[in-house]
Design a protein around this ligand. Structure first.
Ligand code: SF4
Length: 378
């Protein structure tokens, strides 16, 4: 029997991609192995969000190349494992990747592994299933590779998601996590007639016309057997009142991941984030008024080009005001293709590290605040 091995880097979206890739192999009669040397095909799901993530991929491929030796006796087919690269590093031109990674046999865009019903394959957790609801992003934050790596927003059909979650509940899953780079804009890309279809069901055209995320949450909330619905990731400027209303439903997770990135208005503008620190604080207040027991976590970038000490301190102040339960603090790393790549990355690694530590100590040093989301650290 043929075997496959998968190594994943990066975020929860990549973990979900890994599950559908596994489903693709299982459907073709392959069996998963945890030992790459036993495999006929080795798939690497890459992350490109920071240089360190890419460096780890280069290191792994160099190691795998050393063992690219016959795995079966001579004269039989499939004597070597194939190395297949997918994920966010495929944002680079193929020619560049082929030159940089001569030991990779195939480069496959993640979009080639189409969304498929996750009831057709196993999930890495037996309790909580990851359910992608959309892919890509239209926002072009100036530091981020996602729109280049994953393309523009494409939402999965509403009924397909509902059907999938009903199936998961029937199979005994109690928790689901809805995934997308910007789940709050789920359905924004649907044509108007498709959105209008929901008018009859929900009598709520105004809400539905903007996006369908709240409608999706309300619909999934009715599915018997499900006990908890979480979602990742939300954008502050797409999180509207209708979504906040839906978030107050009892089965919706009381943890909200709401990336702020900076607490300084000028840096936020340079990051192409469409809110000010004040807007963010007002949003947090509105959410807490509606859902008093909500816990909020965030993503922050320190050392963005031009960030002064005063601007960094604005971020520290915002963090103190919000009281995040956790934060994924990243040191800025310039990424090719992004708008910020043209800016001078003049802040030293040492200084970025100092700022990183201040925020990490402030937010993450209380272990009581940590929960399952730490397993999704990039
Ligand atoms: S919203 Fe998120 S995924 Fe989209 S460009 Fe900004 S940081 Fe990247």
């Amino acid at each position: 029997m043929k075997k496959y091995f998968i190594k994943v880097f990066g975020c929860a979206m990549n973990v979900a991609d890994t599950e559908r890739i596994a489903g693709w192999y299982e459907a073709r009669g392959y069996r998963r192995t945890e030992k790459p040397r036993e495999a006929n095909e080795v798939v690497i799901v890459t992350c490109s969000v920071r240089q360190t993530a890419e460096d780890r991929v280069y290191g792994l491929i160099n190691n795998l190349a050393k063992y690219k030796i016959p795995a079966l006796p001579a004269g039989r087919q499939n004597t070597k494992y194939k190395i297949i690269l997918t994920g966010c590093m495929l944002r680079y031109p193929l020619k560049y990747l082929k030159e940089k990674l001569p030991n990779v046999d195939e480069f496959v865009k993640i979009s080639n592994f189409k969304f498929q019903n996750s009831n057709l394959h196993e999930h890495s957790s037996k309790v909580c299933a990851l359910v992608p609801i959309m892919e890509g992003c239209n926002n072009f934050c100036s530091y981020c590779v996602v729109p280049y790596a994953r393309g523009r927003e494409v939402s999965r059909p509403f009924e397909e998601i509902v059907c999938e979650v009903e199936g998961l509940a029937r199979r005994g899953y109690k928790e689901i996590t809805l995934l997308g780079q910007n789940v709050n804009s789920y359905g924004k890309d649907f044509p108007p007639e498709e959105k209008r279809r929901f008018l009859n069901c929900f009598n709520d055209l105004n809400h539905c016309i903007k996006n369908l995320f709240a409608t999706l949450l309300r619909t999934l909330h009715k599915i018997g057997g499900l006990e908890k619905i979480s979602f990742l990731t939300s954008n502050p400027w797409d999180l509207d009142d209708n979504i906040i209303e839906a978030m107050a439903l009892p089965k919706i997770d009381r943890y909200l991941h709401l990336p702020v990135q900076s607490g300084d208005d000028e840096i936020l503008r340079k990051m192409n984030r469409h809110y000010t620190a004040e807007d963010y604080l007002k949003l947090v207040k509105k959410i807490r008024t509606k859902i008093p027991d909500i816990k909020i976590g965030t993503d922050i970038i320190v050392g963005f080009p031009g960030e002064t000490e005063e601007q960094f301190q604005n971020t520290v102040q915002l963090c103190k005001k919000v009281g995040f339960v956790k934060a994924y603090v990243a040191m800025y790393s310039p990424r090719l293709q992004t708008a910020a790549y043209k800016l001078v990355d003049e802040i030293s690694h040492k200084e970025k590290r100092r700022r990183w530590k201040i925020l990490d100590d402030l937010i993450n040093k209380n272990p009581a605040q940590n929960d399952k989301f730490l397993s999704y650290v990039r």
